[in-house]
Design a protein around this ligand. Structure first.
Ligand code: SAJ
Length: 461
C-alpha cells in the first residue's frame, strides 16, 4: 500500500499531474510557482495577503521589473497558474511548497510565519504528499521544530508523508534566471523525500541538484549570505581605512582588483535587504549556542549596520559647515535596499534618513520605484526633490540615477554654491559631478581633500 502511494507521486511528477500549492507569493514563491506551471503543472499560488492575490488575479505583479515574470503570468494565469487566498482551494494537494519570510526579532529568528505555513500545509496535503520548505531555516530548525510539528499531526515522514528543505538561493533582480540555473541543495532525513523533491526540481531547474542532510542544507544557505555580508564588510572596512589615511578607495580598489585573486566588492552606505541583514546572525546565534562565537560574522554585521550612521554623521558635518553651524535641507535619492529592486525592507536608507532627521535636518526623499520616505518628506519627482537642497545624497544604485543629466540636476537645485553631492554607492565619476557644479563627496575618501570653501574642515571619524 505504502509503495503504491510513493509510486503515485513519482508518476504524478513525471507526467505533470501532481497538483502543487505554493504558500507565499512573494519574491520566491511567485516565480517558483510560475516556473512549475510553465513546466506543465497545475499550480495554486496561495497567500494570506488579499490585496496581493487580487493584483495577481488581474495579471498584475509587483515583480514586473524581474525579467520574464510578467510574460509568464500573462501566459499561465487562469490556466495552469491560479492565485488564491482561500485555503480550501488547496485541500488534497499532492505537493505543498512553503516560501514565506523568516524574519528576525531582537533575540533570534522569528519562525512564526514558517510554522503557520507548515500548519496550513499539514491541513491541506493529501496522504502520501510532499511538503517542501524553501523559507530560510536557522540551523537545527528542520530536525528540532519542523519534523516534530509534522509528527504531531499524526504523519510518519518517509511513510505517509514526504518532507524536504530546499532553500531558495536566487538574487532579486535576476530571479527567474537564478531559480532556473543555480545549483539547488536539498536536505531531507529520508531518501524517498530527497528523491521526490529532486524529481520535482528537475522539471524546472537546469543547475545541479545536491542531496544532503537538513542541517548541512541549513548551514549552506546561511554561509552563502554570510560570505557576501563579510565580503561587503571588508570592502566597507577598506573604505573606512582609506578615509582615515586620506586616500581614495576607488584607486585602491581598482588597483587591488587587478590582482588575480582579489575581488573587492563595492563599499557603500550599508547593506540591506531581508537576507543579508539576518542570515549571518542566524548562523552566529546557532554557533554561539553550540559553544563557538564566530566573531568575524558579528563584527562584519555590526560594521555594515553602522555605515548609514557613519555617513549621516559626515553629511551632517558637511551641511553644518556650509550653513555656518545651522542644519539644512538634504535630498535623499533612493530608498530601496538596492538598485532597480522595488523593495525597501531593511534598507540602509532608513537609518540614514532617521539619523539625519534626528540631527535636525529637513529630509526630502525620492525613489523611482517606491514611495517610502522613512519619516522624511516623499517627493515624487527627482527635480522637485532636489529643489532647495544644500546636499543631495545618492544612496541607492538605481539605473535611472546612473544616467542622470547632472547639469540639469544642479540647475534644479536653485541654491547658490556650494551644493554637495554625496555619492553613497560610488556610481558617479567625481570629475563629471564637479563639472556639473557640485562638490563631490563619497564613500572612502578623505573629506579634507574636498574643495569645500571652509579652511578647517572636519576630520573623518
Ligand atoms: N551591496 C553592497 N556592495 C556590493 C554588493 C551589494 O553594498 O558590492 C549591498 C546592496 O546594495 C544591498 C545588499 O548589499 O543593500 C544586499 O544586496 P545583494 O545584491 O548582495 O544581495 P540580496 O540580499 O539581494 O540577495 C542575497 C543573495 N545572496 C548572495 O549573493 C550570496 C541571493 O542569492 C540570496 O538568494 C538572497 O540574498 C536570499 O534570499 O537569501
Amino acid at each position: 500500500m505504502r509503495r503504491l502511494v510513493i509510486k503515485d507521486l513519482e508518476g504524478d511528477i513525471e507526467n505533470r499531474t501532481a497538483r502543487i500549492s505554493v504558500i507565499g507569493q512573494g519574491y520566491i514563491g511567485l516565480p517558483t510557482s510560475l516556473l512549475m506551471a510553465k513546466a506543465g503543472f497545475q499550480v495554486l499560488g496561495f497567500d494570506i495577503n488579499e490585496e496581493l492575490i487580487r493584483e495577481l488575479s488581474k495579471g498584475r505583479t509587483r515583480l514586473d521589473r524581474e525579467e520574464g515574470i510578467q510574460e509568464l503570468i500573462s501566459s499561465l494565469l487562469g490556466e495552469r497558474y491560479i492565485p488564491t487566498n482561500d485555503e480550501r482551494d488547496l485541500m488534497g494537494s499532492d505537493i505543498v511548497l512553503i516560501a514565506v519570510p523568516t524574519p528576525k526579532n531582537a533575540n533570534g529568528p522569528d519562525l512564526r510565519m514558517v510554522i503557520s505555513a507548515l500548519e496550513t500545509a499539514l491541513r491541506v496535503i493529501r496522504e502520501g504528499g510532499l511538503i517542501i520548505i524553501e523559507s530560510t531555516l536557522p540551523p537545527g530548525t528542520f530536525e528540532r521544530i519542523i519534523v516534530p510539528t509534522v509528527k504531531k499531526h499524526g504523519f510518519s515522514i518517509g511513510s505517509n508523508i514526504y518532507l524536504a528543505y530546499c532553500p531558495e538561493r536566487a538574487l532579486p533582480g535576476r530571479l527567474i534566471n537564478e531559480l532556473v540555473n543555480n545549483v539547488r541543495v536539498i536536505g531531507a532525513i529520508d531518501d524517498r523525500s530527497a528523491q521526490l523533491t529532486k524529481l520535482l526540481y528537475k522539471t524546472f531547474v537546469r543547475g545541479e541538484i545536491e542531496l544532503v542532510d537538513p542541517l548541512t542544507a541549513e548551514v549552506v544557505k546561511l554561509v552563502e549570505n554570510s560570505f557576501r555580508d563579510v565580503n561587503i564588510a571588508f570592502a566597507n572596512e577598506v573604505a573606512r581605512i582609506c578615509e582615515a589615511l586620506g586616500i581614495d578607495v576607488r584607486k585602491v580598489r581598482e588597483l587591488a582588483n587587478k590582482h588575480p585573486r582579489v575581488n573587492l566588492l563595492v563599499p557603500g552606505i550599508g547593506v540591506g535587504g531581508s537576507c543579508l541583514t539576518k542570515d549571518p546572525l542566524f548562523l552566529y546565534w546557532a554557533s554561539l549556542e553550540n559553544g563557538y562565537e564566530p566573531i568575524i560574522l558579528k563584527r562584519a554585521r555590526d560594521l555594515n549596520a553602522n555605515m548609514p550612521y557613519h555617513y549621516a554623521s559626515i553629511l551632517d558635518d558637511v551641511v553644518r559647515n556650509i550653513k555656518n553651524g545651522e542644519t539644512g535641507t538634504i535630498a535623499v535619492l533612493g530608498a530601496t535596499y538596492k538598485g532597480d529592486v522595488p523593495d525597501s525592507r531593511e534598507s540602509p536608507v532608513e537609518p540614514f534618513v532617521r539619523e539625519l532627521l534626528r540631527k535636525g535636518h529637513r529630509v526630502k526623499v525620492y525613489d523611482p520605484l517606491v514611495t517610502e520616505a522613512f519619516g522624511g518628506e516623499y517627493v515624487s519627482n527627482i527635480f522637485e526633490a532636489v529643489r532647495g537642497a544644500d546636499a543631495i545624497a545618492f544612496v541607492t544604485d538605481h539605473s535611472e540615477f546612473r544616467f542622470l543629466n547632472l547639469s540639469k540636476l544642479r540647475k534644479a537645485v536653485k541654491v547658490e554654491d556650494p551644493v554637495v553631492l554625496f555619492d553613497g554607492r560610488m556610481i558617479f565619476n567625481p570629475k563629471e559631478v564637479e563639472e556639473a557644479g557640485f562638490i563631490y563627496i563619497s564613500v572612502g575618501m578623505s573629506l579634507s581633500t574636498h574643495k569645500l570653501p571652509i579652511k578647517e574642515f572636519i576630520t573623518v571619524r
